[in-house]
Design a protein around this ligand. Structure first.
Ligand code: ATP
Length: 291
């Protein structure tokens, strides 16, 4: 199993959504992290062969997907960001319908659908119509449909958007169990979504790959660049306007700040271990989203 992305670019009109992106993926969970508009969905849609690149190519096991797209589609599972459900179907009917569409033999469909419903913990809700499902249940049925063909390559685009914290955790746990023998590419703008499950982090911004690293690699980049200080209100305000503040808590004795800065922001500041979000902030220069 080998997915190679070679100098991929995508232009919409005058706007470049992807710029010369290269990447080689082997089995494991890859967290594709970047702010809205970074190009994550465009990349996923091109890999899924739903969108043509402007330049560059995607190779699946060494073969170009422009000419051998069927080989990749056969082993692909995809949960798109705007995953829509069919209002007339129950969860079970929906999965059976998609299993048939994916070409699973009739004799296997019932068993496979039952297995998937059990895996995503929706057996009890399987005969309810899809519009009655909560956001988290819809995402779980979405991942179930993506897994029907036991894909070697699983693309999951912003799966936790709009989920409440309990469903978010549940979804992460579900994903964590899926990675051993496939390539999973999971996109998110929330680093905590992939913090515990990804063994590789791809950080995208404005169509470019800013970093291709592990959590340790990302943390190492931020070592010595995160500071903690408890200051009075006036000093805290000054620090906030001058530096990137990654955390702030009002306390009895002042304001406790965490600051991301290459230089010591104040003589009373002490260096602290970075969090993954702070490392992300340092790489992208943006505020990480905390959920
Ligand atoms: N069909 C399109 N026509 C024109 N511009 C587009 C189109 N699709 C995406 N874009 C632009 O390309 C850039 C990348 O979009 P894309 O959806 O790939 O990013 P993203 O990282 O997935 O962001 P989001 O999380 O908001 O979906 C954005 O600036 C977006 O506005």
């Amino acid at each position: 199993m080998d997915l190679t992305i070679d100098r991929l670019s995508k232009r919409y009109g005058q706007h470049w959504a992807l710029r010369e992106l290269s990447l080689r993926c082997v089995p494991g969970m890859l967290g594709l992290v970047g702010p809205n508009g970074a190009g994550k969905t465009s990349l996923m849609r091109i890999i899924a062969t739903l969108l043509e690149p402007t330049e560059g190519s995607i190779l699946w096991n060494g073969q170009d997907t422009r000419t051998h797209g069927q080989k990749l589609r056969r082993v692909l599972g995809y949960l798109p960001q705007d995953f829509g459900v069919y209002p007339e179907f129950t969860g079970r009917q929906f999965l059976r319908y998609l299993a048939a569409m994916k070409g699973l033999p009739n004799v296997l469909i019932k068993r496979r659908v039952d297995e998937m419903l059990e895996m995503v913990n929706l057996e009890r809700e399987a005969d309810r119509k899809l519009p009655t499902y909560s956001g988290g249940m819809k995402q779980r049925i979405g991942i179930a449909q993506a897994l029907l063909n036991d894909p070697e390559l699983l693309l999951v685009d912003e799966p936790t958007a709009g989920l409440d914290p309990a469903e978010r955790v549940r979804f992460r746990t579900l994903l964590a169990g899926l990675t051993s023998s496939r390539i999973v590419l999971l996109s998110t703008h929330i680093i905590s979504d992939v913090e515990a499950v990804a063994n590789r982090f791809l950080i995208m911004q404005e169509g470019r790959m800013l970093a291709d690293t592990t959590s340790e690699g990302l943390m190492a980049r931020a070592a010595g660049s995160v500071w903690s200080i408890t200051a009075d209100q006036r000093t805290a305000l000054h620090l906030q306007t001058t530096y990137q503040v990654s955390g702030m808590v009002n306390q009895m004795n002042g304001v406790a700040l965490r600051i991301v800065s290459a230089v010591r922001p104040h003589e009373a500041a002490v260096a602290v271990d970075p969090t993954l979000e702070e490392a992300y902030l340092l790489v992208t220069g943006r505020q990480a989203v905390r959920v």
